[in-house]
Design a protein around this ligand. Structure first.
Ligand SMILES: NC(=O)c1ccc[n+]([C@@H]2O[C@H](COP(=O)([O-])OP(=O)(O)OC[C@H]3O[C@@H](n4cnc5c(N)ncnc54)[C@H](OP(=O)(O)O)[C@@H]3O)[C@@H](O)[C@H]2O)c1
Length: 247
């Protein structure tokens, strides 16, 4: 017997759902009632663990491998999720990579890879999702506090990629609003994950840049994503979940 949630009967895809913010989001959406497709690229076992966690909550789940760097797979995973779970209501564009470093060290291959995963993949998945969704769908994208405030050198490539998502989100909101589809951008601050561990070499400096003086947790971001998945009158918004990094 499963409890009633605000997302009962909805189908969500969380890209990069195998770890970190994405894994927490997949489980949180399931707690609210959604069936969840868990995207991954290398972490098959981790994705299957998340699937089991969702199923333990009484929801349906499937792990789907798709490399967001590849155009066909970035879009195709939306169709695969719809085929596996019988619908498509919520896209969480979470998969991303962080490549930091001095401007002169960033190779063309790195520039292409980061822009393909963090921007082109998000664009193509959103395009595919918009074509699949009924009226009232949700597109929620994970940006970064770095697009609001760049606290030091080394962030040119990552910040370029994350800043592009603000334009995409606003334009999606305008384009899809007539269908009741909302598009919003969540801007996490330093969050304790594999990408940015709270005990990493630069962690203390990042924590000090927040008003709260600490890293956030993946669950703290996931709860905002779940809120936006249920919210009916929020669109085109950029919402910081950053402990006051931008304050
Ligand atoms: N952690 C932070 O401090 C922070 C702050 C601001 C924004 N963010 C953003 O939040 C999002 C999640 O970050 P995180 O910290 O949870 O990262 P993470 O722990 O490194 O997890 C990244 C996730 O993305 C997936 N992924 C990576 N490359 C992919 C590709 N080419 N195709 C498909 N999936 C791919 C990974 O899948 P596999 O398991 O298969 O590798 C994994 O599930 C990212 O967009 C990141 O930029 C993070």
């Amino acid at each position: 017997m499963t409890s009633q949630g605000i997302l009962d009967g909805k189908v969500a895809l969380v890209t990069g759902g195998s770890r970190g913010i994405g894994a927490a989001t997949a489980v949180r959406l399931a707690r609210e009632g959604a069936d969840v497709a868990v995207g991954y690229v290398n972490g098959k076992e981790a994705a299957q663990d998340v699937v089991r966690e969702v199923e333990a909550l009484g929801r349906r789940a499937v792990a789907l491998r798709a490399d967001a760097a590849r155009a066909d797979e970035a879009a195709g995973v939306v169709d695969a999720a719809a085929a596996a779970l019988g619908g498509f209501d919520i896209l969480v564009n979470n998969a991303g990579v962080g490549v930091l470093g001095p401007l002169e060290t960033l190779s063309l291959a790195e520039v292409d890879r980061v822009l393909h995963i963090n921007v082109r993949g998000v664009f193509l998945a959103s395009q595919a999702a918009a074509a699949r969704m009924p009226d009232g769908g949700r597109i929620i994208t994970i940006g970064s506090c770095m697009a609001e405030r760049v606290p030091g050198p080394g962030g040119t490539l990552y910040t370029t990629s994350k800043a592009a998502l603000a334009g995409l989100t606003k334009a999606l909101a305008r384009e899809l609003g007539a269908r009741g589809i909302t598009a919003n951008l969540v801007l996490p601050g330093p969050i304790d994950t594999d990408m940015n561990p709270a005990d990493g070499p630069y962690a203390a400096g990042q924590a000090a840049l927040t008003a709260l003086g600490r890293f956030g947790t993946a669950d703290e971001v996931a709860s905002m994503v779940a809120h936006l998945a249920g919210a009916t009158y929020v669109t085109g918004a950029e919402i910081s979940v950053d402990g006051g990094h931008a304050a």
